[in-house]
Design a protein around this ligand. Structure first.
Ligand code: ZN
Length: 262
């Protein structure tokens, strides 16, 4: 549980004021779900402060990639930070090869669900392969199921929003950058200054893994772009509502003080 000095602090940190009413943010609500991989990461770190510093740096790089992609979607020419050039180059190649039409007026669009009283911000809406849907950008190593909780909340809100055509589906667009071992094809992700090394999976026939992590010969930093569609969102939305109820329970003191809960 986080601590706040005043109701205003709580509101600012956890939601949006829309038409004179305050609503909690989707991304805050989903933080109530435990993330075991994150605890393992903290547990393996030399100290809590060191782990926090790395998380912070990794988040900054992620935000930079995220914002750069949104500007590319908006057709804005910009200078690309050399540190994220591999990811952005891979992303541009991906755009050239795939027919992705992003609805520019919906980039960073605020969504509001009056029925369930929450708000959020979507990355964009897009037309991909003839389908219209929510497109969310992530700068992570994998597609995590937790993303489905977040995007199901957007799907429900947009389905009941008269200002946009109802979305048919949702996608996660993943953009990241990694190095690959020239000998054994293990991959390494240097994001945030902390190296995360992974063996090739599935294991490659005839390829012998390096004896230890010091033996790898890392190739150049290379961008990775992938897209995953999850059309069926209603089951995820039930789980989102359960998460929301738990989040409300956790934050009951402040939610009553700001008048969100009676
Ligand atoms: Zn290797």
């Amino acid at each position: 549980m986080d601590y706040y000095k005043t109701p205003e602090d709580f509101k600012e940190a956890n939601g949006y004021e829309i038409n004179g009413y305050w609503y909690p943010r989707v991304t805050k609500i989903v933080t109530i779900k435990a993330k075991p991989a994150l605890y393992r990461y903290y547990g393996a770190a030399s100290s809590f402060a060191a782990a926090n510093a790395q998380t912070q740096k990794s988040a900054e790089e992620g935000t930079l990639i995220h914002n750069t992609i949104e500007k590319i979607f908006l057709g804005e020419n910009q200078e690309i930070d050399p540190g994220i050039l591999p990811a952005i180059t891979a992303f541009k190649n991906f755009l050239d090869k795939n027919n992705i039409q992003v609805s520019q007026e919906h980039i960073e669009r605020r969504i509001l669900n009056l029925e369930h009283a929450y708000a959020g911000t979507i990355d964009s809406l897009a037309l991909i392969g003839g389908k219209f849907g929510v497109l969310d950008i992530k700068t992570s190593m994998d597609f995590y199921r937790d993303y489905d909780l977040q995007t199901s909340a957007y799907m429900h809100a947009l389905t009941n929003d008269p200002a946009v055509p109802p979305p048919q589906t949702r996608w996660i667009l993943r953009v990241d950058q990694i190095k690959t071992c020239q000998k054994c094809r293990s991959t390494m992700r240097p994001k945030g200054g902390k190296e995360k090394i992974r063996k090739p999976y599935p294991s490659l026939p005839g390829v012998k893994l390096c004896a230890d992590d010091q033996s790898h010969e890392w190739g150049p930093l290379t961008g990775v772009t992938a897209i995953q569609e999850s059309p069926y969102w209603k089951n995820d939305f039930e789980a989102f509502l359960a998460a929301k109820r738990l989040w409300e329970w956790e934050n009951e003191y402040w939610l009553k003080r700001v008048g969100y809960l009676k």
